[in-house]
Write a protein that binds this ligand. Structure first.
Ligand code: BF8
Ligand code: SF4
Length: 657
């Protein structure tokens, strides 16, 4: 049998031993997960895969073939691919910015004095955000500052024209804003851009692929803005993350406790459930449990890990398998990346799937409308359902893989800055730029994104990060990539010993030494967990800080991004703004673009000429590591040459390379 065919038939498409154990335990049980459905779906449609299937009007679907080189309306492949691309970006932008809007609306209530169980947890962050946005903080109360910050955030969604996005302008360096103005992709606001982009892709509207791609990038900048608002305001509401220590993977499930899996993205709900669970330990004991344990899946898991030290249970691909351990009493979900399949799996066990948001319902699930005005009351109701479910647990079906790893997480940009400031209090980021200039580090890489069974679950994340760490690239991670590293023990200090190249090891050891009184005896990890997917903005803020330190535009900073197992529309929009903001971006699953060599060429090459960032598609993790290293090292080399020349001739850095 051809190698590819064998791979396609392999149900055990994961590198995670806990996942493999659950799959083995449930083999033949009739419980179906994504690992089975992926096989049922083969072979997948190659027109869809290449992006050349159009369903934008109901004369379609129109597929581009040798016989039919255009859609019925005459749209060629480049129009179809570009329109599909922009709509994927809009899916991501809408999801992230709706999340940001939700957070804004909760803070709007707080600003009005009706926050109920919500309040300002981090007034210092509020001031930092306000100052960044040029909002006066002198002599004003937190409440007054918050009012103005929230008003501006609301404006970022609804502004029609006359003023370009302020949140975007103030979060990036001026050179980027100038670039966006020159290319006419600086947005007024999120909702206006989403509407104009949807209009632009209606049947019989824009057919020009370049115009469409530029509009996709403008939409992606709105994605960035919505995400930045979500991160900034979540920190104000719940606190800016600082280092925390816990464990990850399915071994965190406790046989004798009420296990609550928090799944989704928005901490507005999960923070409250964690709080309620802490308060309701006695009720759980009355039900015969030893207590209640919360654990996270996907990005709501990352949010409560970063701020509350809640252990990550698993990442996106294996969400159903968590239930298949028989030990999850309730899976509480909010928004995004929630497989509808969890309900059918839960029905084979005692697990209650609790949906909580009006636009995220799953037929047959338990729905508790999470009304923010009664947040703690609702959170307690959710925990009560989990306690009641615990009593129904079937001990015969419980099989918890004893697989877990220690995790040190909680690295917001502020937390990283503090670590660096222990070495250089005046210029913290110089600790990184010096390490790169002196050859200790070769650069940085952000590992982001999802899981996707088109490649083996977790394998590409793992392989590329380890390879880059060996080559002295400082790794940071978010989202389900971070989930992989947490599960596999790459987010603790043992991994530094095991995998870091000599330069990276020396760098981390120096930070450890300078911070030894601050980390409660802990040591720093190999990969720095910067949070959920909206927190990719934290990782980009790090790039901005390095650009400011070097006084160069971001495309000159040796910092790449990699989404080895990208899956969602959100990954498409994040990748697009990373490119627009100047990063080389590796994607390990080829997105539906190559059906138009023209649009593919824009993504892979032309983007580089215009924005400095560009995409690299590469499924093979070893090859991807080589490409990422080459992209980062090229920048490091150029930066060093230009800095040496500027020093020698006593001039400023040339802006033209
Ligand atoms: O927002 S990494 S699978 S959980 S989309 Fe989803 Fe992808 Fe995970 Fe977080 Ni991000
Ligand atoms: Fe076909 Fe054109 Fe309609 Fe798309 S918009 S489905 S290409 S007729």
């Amino acid at each position: 049998m051809a190698e590819k065919k064998k791979k396609d038939l392999d149900r055990n498409r994961s590198m995670d031993p806990a996942v493999l154990e659950v799959l083995a335990n449930t083999e033949g049980s009739g419980v179906e997960s994504a690992y089975d459905r992926f096989l049922n779906m083969q072979p997948q449609c190659q027109y869809g895969n290449a992006g050349i299937c159009c369903t934008i009007c109901i004369q379609g679907p129109c597929r581009i073939t040798k016989k039919a080189s255009k859609g019925i309306c005459g749209a060629p492949s480049y129009t179809i691919v570009a329109r599909n691309l922009i709509r994927a970006v809009l899916g991501g932008t809408s999801a992230h910015s709706d999340h940001g809007l939700h957070t804004t609306l909760v803070l709007d209530e707080v600003a009005e004095g009706h926050g109920g169980d919500y309040g300002i947890t981090d007034p210092d962050k509020l001031k930092r955000v306000a100052e960044r946005l040029d909002i006066n903080t002198e002599g004003r109360s937190d409440q007054e500052i918050l009012r103005e910050v929230v008003d501006l955030a609301m404006d970022e969604f609804g502004r029609i024209n006359g003023q370009y996005s302020i949140w975007l302008e103030k979060s990036v360096i001026p050179e980027r804003v100038q670039k966006f103005m020159e290319c006419n992709i600086m947005p007024y606001s999120i909702h206006r851009t989403i509407a104009e982009s949807m209009a632009q892709t209606h049947m019989g509207m824009d057919a020009d692929p370049v115009n469409l791609v530029f509009q996709a990038l403008k939409s992606a900048l709105c994605d960035y803005t919505g995400m930045h608002i979500a991160t900034d305001l979540s920190d104000v509401l719940f606190g800016t993350p600082t280092p925390v220590v816990t464990e990850a993977n399915m071994g965190v499930l406790e046989e004798k406790m009420v296990n609550i899996a928090l799944h989704g993205h928005n901490p507005v709900l999960s923070e409250m459930v964690v709080k309620a669970a802490r308060e309701m330990q006695e009720e759980a004991k009355e039900a015969g449990a030893e207590g209640i344990k919360c654990m996270g899946i996907c990005c709501t898991g990352n949010e409560v890990l970063m701020r509350q030290g809640v252990p990550p249970l698993t990442n996106f691909m294996s969400q159903e398998l968590a239930i298949m351990t028989g030990a999850v009493d309730a899976m509480v979900v909010d928004i995004q990346c929630i497989m509808p399949g969890i309900q059918a799996v839960a029905e084979c066990y005692h697990t209650k799937v609790i949906t909580t948001i009006p636009n995220v319902k799953i037929p047959s699930s338990y729905y508790i409308d999470f009304d923010e005005a009664r947040a703690m009351e609702k959170a307690r109701e959710i925990v009560s359902v989990a306690i009641a479910a615990f009593k129904e647990r079937d001990a015969e079906k419980v099989s918890i893989p004893q697989v877990k790893s220690k995790v040190v997480a909680g690295f917001s940009l502020e937390a990283i800055e503090e670590l660096l400031a222990s070495v250089n209090p005046d210029e913290p980021y110089k600790v990184i730029t010096d390490a790169i200039e002196q050859g200790e580090l070769d650069g940085l890489c952000l590992f982001a994104g999802c899981n996707n069974l088109k490649v083996k679950h977790d394998e590409s994340h793992y392989t590329i990060a380890v390879e880059l760490a060996k080559n002295n690239i400082l790794p940071v991670a978010t989202g389900c990539a971070a989930g992989t590293y947490a599960k596999f023990g790459l987010m603790n200090s043992d991994a530094v010993e095991k995998y870091a190249g000599d330069g990276l090891k020396a760098f981390i050891n120096r930070l450890d030494e300078a911070n030894k009184d601050k980390l409660n005896g802990e040591k720093l990890p190999l990969i720095f967990h910067m949070g959920s997917c909206v927190d990719n903005t934290r990782a980009y803020d790090l790039m901005t800080a390095l650009a400011r330190q070097w006084k160069v535009d971001t495309p000159k900073v040796p910092y790449a991004a990699s989404a080895p197992e990208a899956m969602s529309e959100k990954a498409v929009s994040i990748g697009s703004w990373c490119v627009t903001l100047g990063m080389p971006v590796h994607v390990g699953i080829v997105p539906p673009i190559p059906g138009s060599p023209l649009v593919d060429g824009i993504a892979l090459q032309i983007a580089h000429d215009v924005y400095g960032g560009y995409f690299m598609w590469e499924e093979d993790p070893q090859e991807a590591s080589r490409k990422l290293l080459a992209a980062i090292r090229e920048r490091t080399w150029k930066l060093k040459v230009h800095r040496a020349a500027a020093e020698k001739y006593e001039t400023s850095l040339s802006p033209t390379w």
